[in-house]
Design a protein around this ligand. Structure first.
Ligand code: FAD
Length: 562
């Protein structure tokens, strides 16, 4: 039995209570999702609990790049750059609709961080470490070529540029497709179930968790031979509950991105550029918007509600305006934003930007394994490392053996595609069909990027809903139908944020369909008027959080509404 249709949840909860799992994963971000798929595909019986929605933590709030991290090269993190660099092409092949090749332009400015020779050399090393194919390797550009690549770079002090290969993704969708793929291998992941404590045997070894279901408010125990905490920024909270928070600990660094309509910064090319304080920012065009970021500041506030402050927004705007002086972006131009926490391993005396992005595994005396740090891009290797460790324990302690890591060859749900050309072909085919429903190529691109081949399954629903709704609302309903049936989508925010990305990338599209989507949820799940009101409030709060900005002192206040 595979689960992920919303009406199967009770059955899944029962199975969580009735099964002795080989591995229980805490945390449904990219790290936990990657571990669940790795372990399940090796033949382990796996459960995963996520206290909120899948990808609701850092894994929906990154820069959404599958990248080698050029700046880590400057910090001489050669091993990290080599690993995540090579991972890029692998993750792209596993889901080419969702992880798209994207050239990045590094403009060279008089007095900037990198000179021409250093950039050329740096990008060459980057390509070599990441084993980039010859046709995709870096290209150094003259001033006219740089301006041609990105006409908004109208600066007197432009000295040229470097164009190099990266990949762009949607972090939340990538996490969700990993979860769905893990289900195909028999894993049992569940959202809205929190690990509140651990259970122990007489030798004080962890035997599972106590869980709290936040949807039906029940509590129950889940039994597992091994428990891995992949709780991202919350890893130390769980180590504390496990009374094993000693030695190395997490450092939370806040990173903010802002979103402006594409016509306010009509970039034709992703750009990674210097700003006056010596840091670098990304500016990434994405359909109807351009997003910009990020900040990197120490954070001590509420882990469950992280928002961009006025200062964060100003910092990014000033940085962007310094590189693109004609843009003259202002706070009023900011349509949406997100703020996330990097779960870094603390290093004494280093600033947030200097701290390593390496991952680390902690093992407590009671057997709890925790994994923290790392990058979205390196999720597969992080999973491989910790599942190797679990497999070794099975071998040594229980004489059971499992297959080696399989995930480099496991296509994610939404595929398969031979390559990116096949993705574009699907977009064209879908666009033709959508034209008959008064929707265009834009929607085909959006649907294929979000759902891959699964977008084809929407068409019958789309046609049905179009008899009674506008094309855009019918499309939202068709997506909703898919998400509720296949992606354990239970709340308005699950839908508008993690499943469809509308909260960040298409905020104006929410208002015209929110009533209809609420009514559809209410009918399907028998929502009471109180539940409908609570859902509306949660969505309103999330919209406020991402589009209105207060000074840092107010934004950090957990009781503030801004
Ligand atoms: P999370 O995504 O936070 O997942 C942890 C999950 O555990 C959460 O969903 C949480 O709800 C759950 N949880 C916590 N406690 C419990 C509990 N008791 N019971 C059940 N569940 C629990 N990396 C890249 O490769 N490329 C980028 O472009 C990039 N950009 C970034 C930009 C920013 C601003 C930031 C902050 C990070 C960026 N990263 C990037 C890093 C990357 O996003 C993170 O390394 C990654 O998302 C961390 O994933 P995770 O699964 O470990 O943590």
């Amino acid at each position: 039995m595979t689960y992920l249709a919303a009406n199967q949840r009770n059955e899944a909860i029962q199975q969580l209570q009735d099964t002795q799992f080989d591995l229980l994963v805490i945390g449904g971000g990219i790290t936990g999702a990657g571990i669940a798929l790795d372990a399940a595909s090796r033949g382990m019986r796996v459960a995963l609990v996520e206290k909120n929605d899948f990808a609701s933590g850092t894994s929906s709030k990154s820069t959404k790049l599958i990248h080698g991290g050029l700046r880590y090269l400057k910090q001489m993190e050669i091993k990290l750059v080599r690993e995540v660099g090579t991972e890029r092409a692998i993750v792209h092949q596993l889901a080419p609709h969702l992880v798209r090749a994207e050239k990045m332009l590094l403009p060279l400015i008089e007095g900037g961080t990198y000179g021409k020779t250093a950039t050329s050399l740096g990008l060459m090393v980057y390509d070599l470490l990441a084993k980039v194919l010859p046709e995709d390797r870096r290209r150094m550009l003259t001033v006219p070529e740089t301006k041609n690549a990105e006409p908004l770079l109208i600066r007197e002090d432009l000295k040229g540029g470097g164009l190099y290969a990266e990949y762009r993704t949607d972090d939340a969708r990538l996490t969700i497709e990993l979860i769905k793929t893990a289900v195909q291998y028999g894993a049992l992941p569940i959202n809205y179930v929190e690990a509140t404590d651990f259970t122990y045997d007489e030798q004080q070894q962890v035997t599972g968790i106590l869980a709290q279901d936040h949807l039906d408010h029940s509590t129950f125990a889940i039994k597992a031979h091994y428990v891995v905490s992949a709780a991202g920024p919350w890893v130390d909270e769980l180590r504390n509950i496990n009374q094993s928070l000693q030695g190395k600990h997490l450092f939370h660094s806040k990173g903010v991105h802002i979103v402006v309509p594409h016509d306010r910064l009509p970039l034709q090319q992703s750009v990674y550029f210097d700003i006056p304080d010596g840091r670098m920012l990304f500016a990434i065009p994405r359909n109807r918007v351009t997003y910009l970021g990020t900040t990197d500041t120490e954070y001590h506030g509420n882990l469950d509600r992280v928002v961009a402050s006025q200062e964060d927004v100003q910092y990014i705007l000033e940085g962007v305006n310094s590189m693109f002086p004609t843009a003259k972006l202002k706070e009023e131009d900011v349509e949406s934003s997100w703020a996330g926490l990097r779960p870094l391993i603390h290093e004494e005396g280093k600033s947030p930007s200097e701290m390593s992005r390496k991952d680390e595994i902690f093992e407590s005396a009671s057997g709890l394994l925790s994994i923290a740090g790392g990058k979205l891009t390196g999720y597969r290797k992080m999973a491989e490392r910790i599942v190797n460790l679990v497999a070794r324990k099975f071998r040594q302690e229980q004489q059971r053996s499992f297959k080696n890591c399989q995930t480099a060859k496991i296509t994610l749900t939404g595929g398969p595609f031979d390559n990116q050309i096949a993705v574009f072909q699907l977009e064209d085919e879908l666009a033709e069909t959508l034209e008959t429903c008064e929707l265009g190529h834009y929607h085909a691109r959006y649907l294929v990027a979000n759902y891959g081949r699964q977008a084809l399954d929407f068409l019958p629903h789309l046609k049905k809903y179009q008899q009674t709704h506008t094309p855009e609302v019918a499309l939202a309903l068709a997506e909703w139908e898919h998400c509720v049936e296949h992606e354990w989508c239970f709340t308005l925010l699950d839908f508008f944020n993690r499943r469809t990305g509308r909260l960040y990338f298409d905020l104006p599209s929410i208002d015209p369909c929110r009533k209809t989507i609420t009514a559809a949820f209410a009918e399907r799940f028998n929502w009471s008027p109180e539940r409908q009101q609570a859902e509306a409030q949660a969505l309103d709060q999330a919209i406020l959080d991402c589009s209105e900005f207060a000074p840092a002192s107010v934004a950090a206040d957990p009781n503030s509404n801004l």
